[in-house]
Design a binder for this molecule. Structure first.
Ligand code: ZN
Length: 129
């Protein structure tokens, strides 16, 4: 398993981790297989979306904020239930096909680490089989 850290600098943020996942694929030497990108946190997530217009990244966060989770009277005493819900909605992993030693991403796709309760230092696990 390949592990790397990401340092987030805002309460909510999407960080492009595509090049770091690609590096893990190269390092593995695996030419054809499956790459699992996973984050072991309950208030963060992994997603794949557009890598061209940075407005899309901002709009993903805007869209999630529009759910109005901050106005729900949750029970969890830590007070960060909106972050937990967003983590579960987006999901803590993505699976990408490895073809000819590269991630089979579309031209406009990037892999993002989603911070929903930052800033913090987080871990990302990459397993290629
Ligand atoms: Zn919590």
């Amino acid at each position: 398993m390949h592990v790397f850290s990401v340092k987030t600098s805002a309460h909510e943020e999407l960080l492009d981790i595509t090049s770091r996942v690609e590096a893990a694929v190269r390092e593995s030497g695996i030419m054809d297989g499956i790459c699992c990108v996973y984050t072991p946190h309950t208030t963060a997530a992994i997603t794949i979306n557009e890598n061209a217009d940075p407005d899309v990244r901002r709009d993903l966060l805007k869209g999630l904020r529009h759910l109005g989770l901050e106005n729900v009277s949750f029970d969890h005493a830590e007070g960060n239930s909106p972050s937990h819900v967003k983590s579960s909605l987006v999901g803590c992993s993505e699976t990408i096909i490895v073809n000819d030693g590269s991630l089979a991403l579309g031209t406009w796709q990037g892999i993002y680490f989603c911070e929903f309760d930052g800033p913090r230092t987080r871990k990302v696990y990459v397993k290629i089989i």
